[in-house]
Structures are given as C-alpha cells and as structure tokens.
Ligand binder design. Structure first.
Ligand code: MN
Length: 232
C-alpha cells in the first residue's frame, strides 16, 4: 500500500543538551489551573475545577534558548494573548494512573506558551461552541527544548514568569498549580490512554494579556531557562 500523499514527518521537539528529539503525539492543555488566573477570567476556582482541551501536535513550534523565535501575529484576531506554561512530557504510557506513581510517567519538562486568540475563544465559549479557533490554530504552541527529569528533577515549586518588552506580566510558582503535575497526569489518564510523546501544557498563572506586532515576549521556568518570542 502506498500513501497517496507523502506522510508528514513526526513533530520533533529537541532534547536539551543532546542530539535526541521526542516525537510529539498529542498536546493536552489544562484550563484554569491557577486560582488567580481562573478569577481574572471571571470564574470561581473553588466551584469549578480545571479541565482539559487539546491542540494539534503540529501547533508546536520549537524555540531554542540562543535565538528568538519570530512569530507572525495570527489571522482573524484582535486580541492575541500570551500564556506562560510549564509543559510536562509523558515518557511512559498508561491509563487510570494512581497519583502516587504519576511522576514515573513524566519523562521531562519544557517551557511553553499557550498562545490564544482570546476574542475568538471567549466568543466560542459564550456560544457554547468548541474552542479550536481560539486555541488550536497554527503555531499556537511555541515550546523550548525538553529537559529530562533525570537531569532537572521533578519541578514542584519552580518560578514561572513572562515579560513583554521587559515588563513583568506573569510571575508565579508551580506550587500554585491547582492540580499538580502528578494530579494532572492521574486525572487525565482516567479519560485518555496516555502514550510516550504526549505533552501536557499545565496551565497559566494570572497576568495574561495581549501582544501586538513589535512586542518581544520572554518566558521562563526556573531551572529550565528563558525563551524569547518576537511578534511581527
Ligand atoms: Mn493555557
């Protein structure tokens, strides 16, 4: 059997400090996983737990630490937002994973951006429609190199931050996650069969906001590093 169209190469995310890469399978994202961000979006985190949505794996754009990523302002939006996020990389699959052993399934971590067409996301939300046009568009998930957990350990209280043109917009710590990485893996695995190469964007802290062409974003997680993304 021959493919009518040449299959695309796997989406590859490089492993920091090596020539290896991880083939990305699925990209799960957690919504409203920091209480202060849930509140700024108009929701009560004590009444509504976090939830999941997805992006296609080819929404991932790799960014290295040495040079800025140039990212075009996307079409069909007038309110393009940054969201700084820790990305967890699944290395061992499973379903119904107990929280006590969930971190054994996490192979590494990366710095990520959940770029969002906020106007479209909110419009779809208000109409009770799916969020894809607001969240799952092309190049909506810039991500840095993957740091193996055996090198950096499991990140539990690392700082996470984002600046725009040098001004701090987001500044929090991973211990403010409503669902920790372990709890997220355990919960997600009740609904989906996790497999190696799955990513989990773990949610953004408070301080989300818009960027325009000409802005320069820096996003970082303590012990991983800082990425630069220039909007053009
Ligand atoms: Mn997000």
């Amino acid at each position: 059997m021959a493919f009518v169209f040449k299959p695309e190469a796997p989406v590859a995310a490089p492993v920091f400090g090596s020539d290896d890469a991880v083939a990305i399978r699925r990209v799960y994202c957690v919504g409203r996983n920091y209480a202060a961000h849930a509140r700024e979006m108009g929701f009560d985190p004590d009444r509504e737990p976090p939830f999941f949505f997805m992006k296609p794996n080819n929404a991932i754009v790799s960014v290295n630490y040495e040079s800025p990523l140039t990212l075009e302002y996307p079409a069909e939006t007038e309110n393009y937002h940054y969201e700084a996020e820790l990305v967890a990389v699944v290395g061992k699959g499973g379903s119904n994973i107990p929280v006590e052993s969930a971190l054994e399934h996490v192979w590494g971590y990366a710095v990520g951006l959940d770029m969002t067409r906020r106007d479209l996301q909110v419009k779809m939300r208000e109409m009770g429609r799916p969020w894809e046009v607001g969240k799952a568009f092309d190049k909506s998930a810039p991500m840095g190199p993957i740091h193996p957990a055996e090198t950096v350990g499991h990140l539990e209280d690392a700082a996470i931050w984002l600046t725009v043109n040098g001004e701090t917009k987001q500044k929090s710590s991973l211990d403010h996650l409503i669902w920790s990485v372990a709890e997220t893996v355990a919960y997600l695995s009740k609904f989906f069969d996790l497999e190696p190469g799955d990513l989990i964007f773990t949610g953004t802290p408070e301080g989300v906001g818009p960027v325009v062409a000409g802005d320069s974003i820096k996003v970082g997680v303590e012990s991983l590093g800082e990425l630069t993304v220039d909007i053009v």
